[in-house]
Design a protein around this ligand. Sequence first.
Ligand code: HRO
Length: 264
Amino acid sequence: MIKTRFAGINFENPFFNASGPHCTTKEELDILGQSKAAAVMTKSCTLEPREGNPSPRYVDITNNSSINSMGLPNLGYKEYMKLIPELTVHNKPIFSSVSGMKIEDNIQMISELSDVKELDAIELNLSCPNVVGKPQVGYDFQQSVEVIQEVQKICKKPLGLKLPPYFDFVHFETMAKIINQSRVNFVTCINSLGNGLVIDIAKEQVVIKPKGGFGGMGGKLVKPFGLSNVRKFRELLKPEIQVIGCGGIFSGIDAFEYILAGAD
Ligand code: HRO
């Protein structure tokens, strides 16, 4: 098995879960802990616990793909602060994802999570597409600069950014420049492709309930964009900034493609 070194930690293999729909509860996190995954990543957390959006809010579609509008259901950061020490029984690195509703929330959560000694790294999610009225921060470069500047002052762990997919070379260059001027240690490419629409023709309706059926697309469908984003950020970022590839990885071949594109 290929080993890797990531965020200053030795990984037994280069695989672990994305912060996504199956790492919210203690039960789900224990399943990941007991799996062959080399690390455990927790669901993006907010200041307060959240129920998330109404169901159905996650649907598997054809070709190993999915649409979701979970709406950030999570236990609230204080609960993850309690859970993280319990996850050490699995003897693997623990990463925590943070997705505050505003800069102050991110500062509060990241400064407190920084003091959890059992936590290995923090991923700041700049790309949730599913909270009504909240734009994806990663598409707003000015807001991205502001949040990174504030968060890097107080983060005492390796710091990563979960990025939305970019589709335009100028946007890649703008974001890479922002990241190269920061102390960010890694980026995760990519979050889901925001605001797709899947229609069930038999029922003559959309397949998920929130936001009129609009949701983030994931799985095989998004792999070419995951690969292009990993490739482009690998070309543009300083060599010491590492890249996690995410999206549509089902087989060793998929993983090899991400490694060839430059994923760590
Ligand atoms: O919870 C979600 O709806 C969600 C999040 Cl936070 C995210 O980052 N990406 C996504 O597709 N869904």
